[in-house]
Design a protein around this ligand. Structure first.
Ligand code: DX5
Ligand code: ZN
Length: 224
């Protein structure tokens, strides 16, 4: 199933509930929450209090992408705030297996994220534990960056590994995914599509989501 995980990083924070409702009306089915700490990435966004604030205003799953040092420290707080999925960066987890288990022990779906320079092979040992793998298709830290084309082969690699290893993790892609790049990532095997700036736009959010999903779903049909 192809899903749009809309990134609220590109939303109007003064009207977050309305923004989420618009993206949801356009067909978005996952709320992607970009958590940045100013250390792992050169930007600061929001944390558990914002997750807690949006939890009651939507039934959609909250997909928290932690771009932070020492994620273990905050996993209980995200669980208490109502997060459904937590993705941690392989680059910051010295004990990745333990961190993923901690996420699962807190009742959330564990996921792992790869920066563009991190080899896919780094994940081999943990693939059986994850709900999804998040492939960064830009260097994390900011919305609105240009899609890195090598990401397509990285997604295809993860799709091949899934078959070879007999697993069923999902593949999420994040960064520069828009109407002109979405077909290539879907055809490579991504099915959780993060998009921020391609979706949120004053007066056009709902229609942007509809158009984005139409392109993504027709690309999936070509693949099948
Ligand atoms: C970047 C974030 C992304 C970002 C995507 O560090 O992880 O989720 O919001 O934004 P767009 O879709 O604008 O590239
Ligand atoms: Zn993200």
């Amino acid at each position: 199933m192809i899903e749009l995980a809309f990134s609220i990083l590109a939303a109007d924070f003064a009207h977050l509930a309305d923004e989420i409702a618009r993206a949801e009306r356009g067909g978005g089915t996952i709320v992607h929450v970009d958590v940045m700490d100013g250390h792992f990435v050169p930007n600061i966004t929001f944390g558990p209090p914002v997750v807690k604030a949006i939890r009651p205003i939507t039934k959609l799953p909250l997909d928290c992408h932690l771009m932070i040092e020492d994620p273990d420290k905050f996993i209980p707080d995200f669980a208490a705030a109502g997060a459904d999925m937590i993705a941690v960066h392989v680059e910051v987890c010295r004990h990745l297996n333990r961190t993923l288990q901690l996420i699962a022990d807190h009742g959330m779906k564990p996921a792992v994220v790869l920066n563009p320079a991190t080899p896919v092979e780094m994940l081999i040992e943990v693939l059986p534990m994850v709900h999804h793998v998040l492939v960064m298709s830009v260097n994390p830290g900011f919305g609105g960056q240009k899609f890195l084309p090598r990401s397509v082969e990285r997604i295809a690699h993860l799709a091949r590994l899934r078959t070879e290893m007999g697993l069923n993790y999902r593949i999420e892609v994040d960064g520069g995914v828009a109407h002109d790049t979405v077909a290539s990532v879907v055809q490579a095997g991504a099915d959780m599509l993060v998009a921020g700036s391609a979706i949120f736009e004053p007066g056009k959010t709902e229609q942007n989501a509809i158009d984005f999903l139409r392109v993504a779903r027709s690309a999936a049909l070509v693949q099948a």
